[in-house]
Design a binder for this molecule. Structure first.
Ligand SMILES: Cc1cc2nc3c(=O)[nH]c(=O)nc-3n(C[C@H](O)[C@H](O)[C@H](O)COP(=O)(O)OP(=O)(O)OC[C@H]3O[C@@H](n4cnc5c(N)ncnc54)[C@H](O)[C@@H]3O)c2cc1C
Length: 372
């Protein structure tokens, strides 16, 4: 059974990896280079954590996600993950932290409420004045996203998987599992997997009402010398996350990467291949959020701001669905999909080879099932 995969982000590459492991031939088309800096998967880091507020299905999926990453590290011969732990802070509405605490307890994971004095002692570089609640956990950490994408693409090429870069799919037919390429070639296989990130609505207009590209801005900061070591040992910070509203986050500078801040709040505007430079106003809005959370923020240097695109779906629930009888679409990862790349690739490969029920997979990927 040969499968065409459209897209060389984490979802397409991981599906190719899992199909290849299952002995199935694959051809992957990517419109840019690999890694593609315009894709959603390409930046220094992506976070993986169990804290998921009321979305308990995803909290449970994280356990399976870690196991799948482990299998990928074995194949790559290198681990691209560093555990940092997590600090989740609530400033006004504490319900996301409370729900996370409950679901982590149900999963048997260590998580501890910290009092303001303890926070100030452990994390003196954070300004948590007025915080209502803080939850610390030793679990969770940083996936080195760009290194994963680059090494996985190299690994697949060396294993003989057909990967065509700079090769745009112009149109597709899910029922025939076929594509037409920009250079005029046609390709048809037994199955087609569409993993086109924020380009999905253009290729599959039927999903245009369900998946919205969303331009997001992140900034890399250089801490002052006196705080650098503390940041290198810091947990990831999730600050005032609220269901459907987003929240500020900081990724510590581990494993040779930079300190990054961002805001999970969706803009729901923009296109992934247009005007990709972050504007001064966009960066300033993000820095304003950082300023009130980081002690002595005027001592930090902003090394760069950049844009990246989410593909937002209703309720932040992933769309992993069969289409046209012979094809699958993986879309709507709503800014939290990377951590599940390996496990979702395995799951789709299992469905394509008849080893997983499509309906169950779709519900599980939407965060609705306990097992998986
Ligand atoms: C700023 C930011 C922070 C994030 N933080 C986290 C986090 O901390 N934790 C987490 O789990 N997730 C996070 N995410 C989300 C995560 O990165 C995405 O969910 C994930 O990378 C989506 O992968 P993908 O393969 O679906 O999409 P992409 O990586 O965008 O891949 C799609 C690929 O398809 C290609 N393509 C599109 N159209 C065509 C075509 N016509 N022909 C050929 N190729 C085509 C594109 O070039 C692209 O390379 C974050 C995302 C962003 C933007």
């Amino acid at each position: 059974m040969r499968t065409i995969i459209l897209g060389g982000g984490i979802m397409g590459l991981c599906t190719a990896w899992a199909l290849h492991r299952a002995g199935q031939p694959v051809t992957l088309y990517e419109q840019g280079p690999l890694p593609n800096p315009l894709g959603s998967s390409v930046d220094q880091h992506r976070l993986i954590r169990y804290a998921y507020g009321p979305m308990t299905g995803y909290a449970r999926m994280v356990q399976a996600a870690y196991q799948a990453w482990q299998r990928l590290w074995q194949d790559l011969g290198v681990c691209h993950y560093q555990e940092t732990g997590m600090l989740a802070v609530a400033r006004t509405d504490g319900s996301w932290v409370e729900a996370s605490e409950a679901s982590m307890a149900a999963l048997g994971l260590e998580a501890e409420r910290l009092a303001p004095a303890a926070i100030a002692k452990h994390f003196p570089f954070l300004d948590l004045a007025g915080a209502r609640a803080a939850l610390w956990s030793p679990s969770g950490g940083v996936l080195f996203a760009e290194r994963i994408v680059a090494d996985l693409a190299d690994h697949l090429r060396q294993a003989g998987v057909a990967i065509e870069t700079e090769c745009t799919v112009q149109s597709l037919d899910p029922a025939a599992a076929s594509v037409v390429l920009a250079d005029g070639r046609h390709d048809q296989a037994d199955a087609l997997v569409v993993a086109a990130g924020p380009w999905t609505p253009r290729l599959l207009p039927s999903l245009a009402g369900r998946v919205t590209p969303s331009r997001q801005v992140v900034a890399y900061l250089e801490p002052p010398a006196e705080h650098l070591q503390a940041w290198r040992q810091a947990p990831m910070l999730l600050d005032q996350v609220e269901a459907a509203k987003g929240g500020f986050y900081a990724v510590p500078p581990v494993g040779g990467t930079g300190l990054k801040v961002g805001d999970h709040g969706f803009t729901l505007r923009g296109q992934p291949d247009q005007e990709r430079d972050a504007t001064a106003a966009e960066i300033e809005a993000l820095l304003a959020a950082a300023r009130g959370r980081i002690v002595g923020f005027e001592g930090y240097r902003v090394s760069r701001g950049q844009t990246c695109f989410y593909s937002v779906a209703q309720g932040e629930r992933f769309i992993v669905e069969p289409i046209g009888g012979r094809s699958w679409v993986l879309a709507g990862f709503s800014g939290h999909g990377f951590k599940f790349g390996a496990v979702l690739g395995e799951a789709v490969a299992a469905a394509l080879t008849g080893n997983r029920a499509p309906g169950e997979l779709t519900a599980w990927a939407a965060g609705e099932l306990a097992a998986g």
